[in-house]
Design a protein around this ligand. Sequence first.
Ligand SMILES: [Zn+2]
Ligand SMILES: [Zn+2]
Length: 312
Amino acid sequence: MDDAARRVRETVARQREEKPVLGELLDSFEPLWIARAQEQQRLEEEFAREGIALPQRDDKLSSEGISLLAGADLSGLWPHIVACFRRYQPIFADNDRLLPGRAAVETFFASQEDTPLAQDLVRAVMDADTERLAALSGLEGLEAASLVAASEFCLSTVLRALTVNLASSDDEETNHWPLWTQGYCPVCGRLPVMDWLGKGYEDKNNPFLTTGGGRKFLHCGLCGSDWRFRRAICPACGADKKGCMETFYASTNQAEHVSWCSECKKYCVGLDLRGISPVPDLDIMAFCMLPLDMLAAKRDLVPMCRTSWNQF
Ligand SMILES: [Zn+2]
Ligand SMILES: [Zn+2]
């Protein structure tokens, strides 16, 4: 089994043990996460063969806060999104709770294989513009919500296959976004689904020393990018007043927290990786911090990045 699929299994097994309350949900989603890891790898190989890659990073645009895919022609991604959906279809069919209103979503994808609307569709998914996607597809209510969820999952697979080489490691030398100071994603522009605190890296002058532990990174739930961000600033509204970023912790696990802004009341869940080995799959961890999302909702906080599981 490849590394990504193995990490999915390990992360799920560990979370199942730590959070029995999530057991049933994890049983439902695990096959989909494993399929995504495998599909991502298949796409990485296909993209490498066909020479499909992200645009080059531009330091000037980066320092101006313009995401890599802002204004890009995304229509070429659509056929891959449809192909992903086709691969996930049997898993959706196996478990009705994964995709309510599945029949309408299947019909939509089948009818839109060679659509002239590809650019609009991908842009609507990328921008989480539910209304636009509903208008383009003609689907409403639950079926539109399911189309959003399925398209997003498929787009996330495609984008991950493109950003895989940019995955940040907790090491200043491989910080791929040195000039990026924004709270939204340097690739796709979305606000983070979670933050994480790094383990630190080996000191070049002294292999017995680790420096830089506890640096804050933000993680994009759509394209999988990670980027460094200053702890004291709100990723959502940019507030930097002393003490505006507050934190509360899970009662049972101090490695898991919520970072929230007292100015705009937005939050994201977070994970301190310093005491966690091996490094888990971050997207599954974002999902597994669902109990913290519920606590945040009780405090009337709003997620920076809405997901299919953090809206109450
Ligand atoms: Zn992103
Ligand atoms: Zn804020």
